[in-house]
Design a protein around this ligand. Structure first.
Ligand code: SF4
Length: 432
């Protein structure tokens, strides 16, 4: 892995004034254990987001890991991996630091990684280098005897946290008061659709209420599935994916009211809910919300002929101004498929963009947002934590296990299986 691709390295150089540029927070240069005891998502794109009081906290990391050099940590991780052999599989999300990806057995988006772990039934431990909802999904799809481990429990997802199960249950109750359970034509009055980037509890809610899960590459297929069975859709947690997808299907913006969980009827009047086709939950990804139309205009001015590809978690005006939009899998495949040297401006998380730039030197690839600002929570997975969970496994101790209760897993699997039936698993694709 090329060190020029490393966001860690760039942040260190910028913060020590050895390289030009800026980061969204100079605190990124510190170890994440500096922030673990504090409330909040830590430095990075989500640092201004409100964190739920119930969000898991990470306990103290032993000093030996905090004080170890990068080289020492890498050596310890390699040694532990070798000792554990087939008993271990390490999954690395696209948005992880290169220093973590270097040790991953599989690299991909959350759903690809959950599926990849299914190919390793002999593994006793699945170490998921990603965020909390991803480890939950892996646990729900894994064998009961396999332990899914999240190296830093503070690695949540601010977007997933924006739809809390109590708020969703309350919203559902209010919608049932307005709609009743069944439409005049016999369909369900409203179908809940949750993005993969949501808690297991929310996926379970969808399973229990005739709903389904979607990813960023199959959202249109899933919405079609939902409209065959329901008069309208309640889409959460990401308003932007919901809006971009529904708009591309021809649904007008005035039939997409937003649901603010802190207001009665989500801040809507009854008539606008009756007229709604898609009710959008008031959630967003702070990484993808950073991209702007002005950045696209600047890229086009500076690089005539640039191909602009953004993630559908970006706001609608950004998706509209781009040449293409698609999931992380779409973006990586689009770049891999380009046969002529091409300039790409990409609107997704900086670690993935930097890695693609290093992997495809024949192209010019840059992040639309010039500020080095990673996903705050993905960035909480540091090699120190990975070394700690692996060496604990070598010592026979499972730390940071993520376990979803059976009464949540059963309905959540129903919602996931509906998604797989809506589209063949081989093409079911990707999520952020
Ligand atoms: S990039 Fe956005 S959606 Fe993905 S984990 Fe980070 S905050 Fe959550």
């Amino acid at each position: 892995m090329s060190q020029t691709a490393s966001v860690d390295t760039r942040i260190q150089l910028i913060t020590t004034q050895q390289a030009p540029g800026s980061t969204c927070s100079p605190d990124l240069a510190q170890g994440p254990w500096e922030f673990d005891p504090q409330p909040g998502y830590g430095p990075g794109a989500s640092m201004a987001d409100e964190i739920p009081t119930t969000a898991p906290r990470q306990g103290e990391l032993p000093d030996a890991y905090k004080q170890a050099s990068t080289e020492d940590l890498h050596a310890r991780i390699r040694a532990a991996k070798e000792t554990l052999g087939e008993k271990l599989v390490i999954l690395g999300h696209f948005y992880q630091r290169d220093e973590i990806i270097a040790h991953a057995d599989f690299v991909g988006d959350s759903f690809q990684l959950a599926n990849a772990s299914l190919t390793r039934p002999e593994a006793e431990a699945i170490v998921f280098c990603g965020v909390h909802f991803m480890a939950e999904t892996a646990d729900m799809l894994s064998q009961p005897e396999q332990a899914v481990i999240l190296p830093n429990l503070a690695a949540g997802c601010s977007m997933a946290d924006m739809a809390d199960i109590d708020q969703v249950e309350e919203c559902w109750e209010q919608l049932m008061d307005v709609y009743g359970p069944t439409a005049d034509d016999g369909r369900q009055s409203v179908i809940p659709v949750t993005y993969m980037n949501s808690s297991a509890a929310i996926k379970g809610f969808c399973g229990r209420n005739g709903g389904i899960v979607c990813t960023s590459s199959n959202a249109a297929t899933v919405l079609e599935w939902a409209f065959e069975r329901g008069q309208r859709v309640l889409f959460f947690p990401d308003q932007h994916l919901g809006r971009n997808t529904a708009k591309a299907m021809g649904i007008s913006l005035d039939q997409m009211p937003m649901w603010n969980p802190n207001k009665p009827l989500g801040g809507n009047d009854e008539q606008s809910l009756l007229d709604a086709e898609v009710i959008l939950w008031h959630g967003f990804c702070s990484v993808h919300r950073r991209f702007t139309v002005a950045q696209i205009e600047a890229a086009r001015a500076e690089h005539p002929g640039v191909r602009v590809i953004v993630h559908p978690e970006c706001p609608m005006p950004v998706v509209d101004a781009a040449d293409e939009s698609g999931s992380t899998d779409y973006i990586t495949k689009a770049i891999a498929a380009a046969t002529e040297p091409t300039t790409f401006a990409i609107g997704t998380e900086i670690n993935l963009v930097q890695r693609l730039a290093a992997e495809y030197p024949q192209h010019t690839i840059f992040c639309l947002d010039p500020v080095v600002c990673p996903c705050s929570t993905m960035y909480r997975i540091h090699p120190g934590y990975l070394a700690w969970v692996l060496e604990s496994l070598v010592d026979g101790t499972v730390v940071n296990q993520i376990q979803v209760p059976d009464d949540v897993t059963t309905p959540a699997r129903v919602a996931l299986e509906r998604m797989l039936a809506a589209k063949p698993p081989a093409a079911a694709g990707t999520s952020a």
